[in-house]
Unconditional design. Structure first.
Length: 64
């Protein structure tokens, strides 16, 4: 699985099917601080990702 992290770094991770939530937990990233995008679409945390998926994790900035 190819993952573009919020830092801009890209990582290849080999894993079996895993949920977005499980992946973020494995990477030590808080769900409340990011959006996960696959094929240009924001995906929910219960979506199961396959090993060949290419995803991007985007840090969300809050403020006013």
């Amino acid at each position: 699985m190819k993952i573009k992290l919020p830092s801009g770094k890209t990582e290849d991770i080999s894993t079996g099917p895993i949920s977005v939530e499980g992946l973020l937990r494995q990477l030590g990233i808080s769900q409340s601080e990011v959006l996960v995008v696959m094929n240009g679409e924001v995906i929910p945390e219960d979506r199961i990702l396959e090993n060949g998926a290419e995803i991007r994790i985007i840090h969300v900035v809050f403020g006013g």
